[in-house]
Design a protein around this ligand. Structure first.
Ligand code: PLP
Length: 499
């Protein structure tokens, strides 16, 4: 299987298409586009049915093998084993729970208690293996600017992975207590965690500047280091996510919730469009999926886009209680546009308009195509809190703020369309990661409590105990205390690269 850019490289001239290992090392295509598979593999009904008999690792192996055809079986198995075995607190890795008439796919049993682990445990392994396969001698230094979640998930995934180093910048005072502790206690010989004096934008701008600085690139190259990013545009972050759509389906067949071959819907709390896009891939490959319901918070750019065909980022940005969905430009949407049109020139044109004018009109045809696969809705903070309370009161199940957005939108979808297909809510974080908002929703006082008191207060309400990855932070030594000026970020990166 070869990979091509959504903006043209390899799409028009097939000789320029790349292997997956090369696409994973590169991340972004040289024309600014994103790598996509040249064509999507199709699987049989039997392939899907057979998955019910095997564990998550084997499901992952079967799905990944369809895309990573340049990796050997041993390489893929090794990557999956190092990513998932012993790292998750549920042996099913991504279990499906029945809550009322809905199935909840819990993607937060990994080391950082949020869904980013599903991909960020595997990406570093795929990357490290790609470096070995291609004979690349340089060390890859991953730079991350984080507002909280991604930083820790990337640290946990890259810690002590061969031929890689990772340096994470977060805004001093700009992340929650628990997020700061998660990062500051990260062990590993190849990790660096730095607080910067500034906000998240300063951190992100600083990282972008370093990426764009040729002098730094040259200095690092002399040390045998080259820079890369772990953000969700990398194909190696997307492919692991396809697996759990198949896995959920297989588990539901095994549990008798659905019959083999029956179509189901998924509702996905969406930010950068990576998670839901993986569901689209699963559907195109032959998984019986009806609609993919795209759920947004008050930053509802995608709701408008799917309903009107017009993408408009020129709008107010809201800071919500579901911060991982506070996004106005959903990068992975570009991949969907490519798959729905097959026209790299058209996609490149829209992306240029987005960049130059802040929006684009994808037109009537696109609107029709979108509506074949997607339905979209949004829920604001008040609705989110109300949903957490209602689901708790009725079922005793505690949703996190992101998953609650999905639940609310799934209800709206059902009321509007009267779909009678079984619904899977894709759950992206443990409620303990957002204890303060969740407690508020449940009518408890949260202010004034420190991170651990919040966990304990929520444990009094929730039959599910706090994940060890969060509760266990209490006893861990703080290893990273350094705070740097934002202008000193390049110096810090160079010093770390030379260690
Ligand atoms: C990243 C994240 C999302 C959004 O996922 P995308 O792939 O960016 O759409 C939703 N919920 C949580 C908890 C997340 O961390």
């Amino acid at each position: 299987m070869k990979f091509i850019s959504t903006r043209g490289i390899g799409a028009t001239d097939k000789t320029q298409a790349m292997d997956s290992a090369a696409a994973i090392i590169r991340g972004l295509a040289p024309d600014g586009g994103l790598y996509v598979p040249e064509e999507l593999p199709r699987v049989s009904a039997d392939f899907v049915a057979q998955l019910a008999q095997v564990d998550y690792a084997e499901r992952a192996r079967r799905v990944l093998s369809l895309f990573l055809t340049d990796y050997t079986d041993e390489e893929i198995t090794g990557c999956i084993d190092r990513a998932y075995s012993g790292k998750f607190d549920d042996e099913k890795i991504a279990p499906v729970k029945q809550v009322g008439d809905k199935s909840v796919l819990e993607l937060w049993h990994g080391p950082t208690s949020a869904f980013k682990d599903m991909a960020l445990q595997l990406l570093p392994q795929l990357l490290s293996t790609a470096l070995k396969k291609t004979g690349e001698k340089n060390t890859v230094l991953i730079l991350v600017a984080t507002s909280g979640d991604t930083g820790k998930a990337a640290l946990a995934g890259f810690a002590d992975v061969d031929q890689t180093k990772i340096c994470v910048f977060y805004p001093d005072g700009g992340v929650s207590d628990i997020q700061r502790l998660q990062m500051a206690t990260q062990a590993g010989a190849n990790v660096s965690v730095l607080a910067i004096k500034g906000n998240f934008d300063d951190a992100q701008t600083g990282v972008k500047k370093i990426f764009g600085d040729e002098a730094i690139a040259k200095e690092l190259a002399e040390m045998g280091v080259h820079l890369s990013s772990a953000n969700s545009i990398n194909w190696g972050r997307l492919v692991p996510q396809i697996v759990y759509y198949f896995s959920a389906y297989a588990d539901m067949v095994a549990a008798g919730t659905i019959k083999s071959g029956e179509a189901i819907d998924f509702t996905v709390p969406t930010g950068n469009f990576g998670n839901i896009l993986a569901g689209f891939y699963a559907r195109q490959m032959g998984l019986p999926v009806g609609k993919l319901v795209c759920a947004s918070n008050s930053n509802n750019v995608l709701t408008d886009f799917i309903q009107t065909g017009y993408y408009d980022r020129k709008r107010e940005f809201f800071k919500t209680i579901s911060p991982s969905m506070d996004i106005l430009v959903s990068s992975n949407l570009e991949r969907l546009l490519y798959h729905l049109t097959g026209d790299a020139n058209m996609v490149a044109g829209w992306m240029k308009e987005l960049n130059d004018n802040g929006g684009y009109d994808a037109g009537e045809n696109m609107l029709v195509r979108l509506s074949n696969y997607f339905w979209a809705g949004c829920a604001d903070d008040a609705k989110t809190l109300e949903t957490i309370k209602a689901v708790y009161d009725e079922y005793g199940y505690v949703l996190d703020t992101h998953t609650a957005v999905a639940w609310a939108v799934a209800e709206a979808y059902k009321a509007k369309t009267h779909s009678d297909r079984p619904m899977v809510i894709v759950s992206t974080a443990s409620p303990y990661k957002f204890s303060s908002s969740v407690l508020e929703a449940l009518g408890e006082k949260a202010d004034g409590k420190d991170a651990f008191a919040l966990l304990e207060a929520l444990e009094c309400k929730n039959p599910v105990k706090a994940p060890q990855g969060l509760a266990g932070l209490k006893g861990l030594p703080v290893l990273h205390k350094e705070v740097v000026e934002k202008d000193d970020m390049p110096k810090a990166v160079k010093t770390f690269a030379g260690k």
